[in-house]
Design a protein. Structure first.
Length: 221
């Protein structure tokens, strides 16, 4: 079975710019969900991508939806690929990433394996995956989907979600959550120099961050 839905509405450029001002590990201090498995890693150091999620299901040995979606994407989109648990076959290689780069795709997140990693590294294309394999999928055009809700790295991804991926991890969140989250991170960052100064002055970390007082209060209950 195959299914292709319309392309999602692109996120506002200002929202993506705001999201691009933080790192995924900043978000990890403030949000309890939306962080993909740490087994999905960038193939080269320094890779970073921010954009609107376009989703693909490419099951097992059938990767036909991936080259097809490259004819639909807009510059700045991020392709999120659900492999439905396949841990053997590569669903893309250097030819796909070359076509993706020419089309303006910002990056690819695949919950599975790729091939030609050295060539993709030389291209400089931003790719997060589980690693490399020589076992290849085929262009069978039997099953798959585009722009449906997917699961990637243990996280539900809806077409049109915001994606932030960097060296620390991969975060997925709805566009309406970006401003409040960035504001919270900014407020916390303003407190950081004072906390560092207190630690350097010899104060205990549990006193600086307040956790020791909370533990003492809990022990009294």
């Amino acid at each position: 079975m195959m299914k292709i839905n319309p392309m999602p509405r692109r996120l506002d450029a200002g929202l993506l710019e705001a999201l691009n001002s933080v790192a995924t590990n900043d978000i990890g201090h403030h949000r309890y969900w939306g962080m993909m498995s740490p087994h999905l890693r960038p193939i080269s150091p320094g890779m970073r991508v921010v954009g609107t999620a376009v989703t693909v299901i490419a099951p097992a040995t059938d990767s036909a939806m991936i080259p097809h979606v490259l004819g639909l994407i807009r510059p700045g989109d991020v392709l999120v690929i659900d492999r439905l648990g396949d841990r053997q076959h590569a669903c893309l290689g250097s030819v796909v990433t070359l076509a993706a780069r020419v089309a303006g795709l910002a990056g690819i997140i695949v919950d599975g394996y790729a091939t030609d990693l050295q060539e993709i590294q030389e291209q400089g294309f931003p790719l997060w995956c589980r690693g490399e394999t020589a076992a290849m999928s085929k262009l069978q055009a039997v099953a798959g989907a585009i722009n449906v809700p997917v699961s990637c790295g243990g996280v539900a991804v809806t077409p049109g979600d915001a994606i932030l991926a960097d060296a620390h991890g991969i975060c997925v969140l709805p566009g309406e959550d970006i401003r409040p989250l960035v504001d919270s991170i900014s407020a916390a960052a303003q407190k950081r120099p004072g906390r560092i100064a207190r630690l350097q002055a010899g104060e205990k970390l549990g006193d600086v961050n307040g956790v020791s007082a909370r533990i003492a209060a809990a022990l009294k209950d």
